[in-house]
Design a protein around this ligand. Structure first.
Ligand SMILES: Cc1cc2nc3c(=O)[nH]c(=O)nc-3n(C[C@H](O)[C@H](O)[C@H](O)COP(=O)(O)OP(=O)(O)OC[C@H]3O[C@@H](n4cnc5c(N)ncnc54)[C@H](O)[C@@H]3O)c2cc1C
Length: 327
């Protein structure tokens, strides 16, 4: 009897994003370590061939390019129906998707259509004699819960960057198969896609982030945050919710439970108190540097380097020091 596979589903509007695909593949391998099963990927969209080829080359696992005709966007309601129909025929034990707005919505839809369990925001996988336990954040990131799904099929969204750097590459390109699904349009239609400005894209995959909190006090001080980011290779600027609510930064820059989930190697929190809703979005960060004038700020409990100082005093010194190092 064949073993039910683990299916990675990439239903992005964009071409293959290596970091996202790797994150899903590493999570799939973690599951397969405890419960051996073949791993395969499905790249679905209106024109998935290029992304499917890239995914097969990059991950070294078999990929199906699922072309969904007449469908310009996975945000369309018909997309989930076609995907569910295709996956149903594969009878997977696990379906893994990105923990993005689109991924979460599709995961819920697939779970309903396939009578599967749905577990979102998975950060870790462990196994014991009784099976697999998935860890996810609950209560706005204040606690971690272990979830054991007993359904035959589980649809999981994997927290961005949670398994980053854990994939051992096979370097052997895998086969790409071709499949087609036809969308019967349902009650929800995609009307328009508004592209975020180039500068607003890719926060969840940034290698370094300099984040501004309420402590910056006035919008002009964002220039200090931008100047520091400009000194760090690959760094992007982000903000806490109050900063984005005031319009000092666009919403697409917000980190946290109602914003982006990020996992950079370096996170510099400037004037951020460390509320659980903010921490929920950056708990996957590597080195955390916190600059805050209040020595009792909660962010210091989550920081590797704590700087108790006013931003207006410390940031110009840090920017200057970075500049000197470059010269
Ligand atoms: C349902 C819900 C969802 C939410 N989602 C999010 C979310 O996604 N992301 C998010 O960020 N928040 C979110 N929040 C809001 C969250 O609860 C906090 O209010 C918010 O994170 C606080 O932002 P902050 O740390 O920038 O500001 P504050 O809490 O006001 O902290 C400012 C910090 O700056 C320090 N400071 C002040 N002046 C200076 C100075 N000159 N130099 C150095 N330090 C200084 C202060 O000591 C303080 O610690 C959410 C809240 C709710 C209820």
């Amino acid at each position: 009897m064949s073993v039910a596979p683990i299916c990675i589903v990439l239903a992005s509007r964009d071409p293959c994003r290596a970091a996202a695909a790797e994150n899903l593949a590493a999570c799939a391998r973690a599951i397969a370590t405890h419960s051996p099963a073949p791993i395969q990927a499905v790249v679905a969209g209106a024109d998935p061939s290029a992304a499917a080829g890239e995914t097969a080359r990059h991950l070294g696992i078999p990929v199906t390019a699922l072309e969904i005709a007449d469908l310009s966007d996975p945000g369309d309601g018909a997309f989930g129906a076609v995907l569910a129909d295709f996956l149903n025929r594969k009878a997977p034990a696990w379906i893994l998707m990105e923990d993005t707005t689109l991924g979460r919505r599709l995961a819920g839809e697939l779970a309903v259509r396939l009578a599967a369990a749905c577990i979102t925001g998975v950060e870790a996988v462990e196994g014991d004699a009784a099976g697999i336990v998935l860890t996810r954040a609950v209560w706005g990131g204040k606690f971690r819960a272990g979830v054991r799904a007993t359904a035959a099929t589980r649809v999981v969204t994997v927290a961005s960057g949670a398994f980053a750097g854990r994939l051992e590459h096979t370097a052997v390109p895998a086969d790409v198969r071709w499949a087609q699904g036809r969308a019967a349009h349902g009650g929800r239609r995609h009307l328009e896609r508004i592209q975020a400005p180039e500068a607003d894209a890719g926060l969840s995959e940034a290698r370094a982030i300099v984040a501004a909190g309420n402590g910056i006090g006035e919008p002009d001080r964002l220039d200090l945050v931008r100047a520091l980011a400009a000194k760090i290779a690959g760094a992007q600027v982000a903000g806490s919710r109050p900063v984005c609510d005031r319009g000092w930064l666009p919403f697409s820059r917000q980190v946290g439970i109602t914003g982006a989930t990020v996992a950079p190697a370096l996170y510099i929190a400037c004037g951020i108190s460390g509320a659980s809703q903010h921490l929920a979005g950056m708990s996957g960060a590597g080195l955390v540097v916190a600059i805050n004038k209040d020595p009792k700020a909660a962010i210091f409990h989550h920081a590797d380097i704590a700087v108790v100082e006013a931003l207006e005093t410390f940031l110009p010194l840090l920017i200057e020091a970075c500049g000197q190092k470059e010269d």
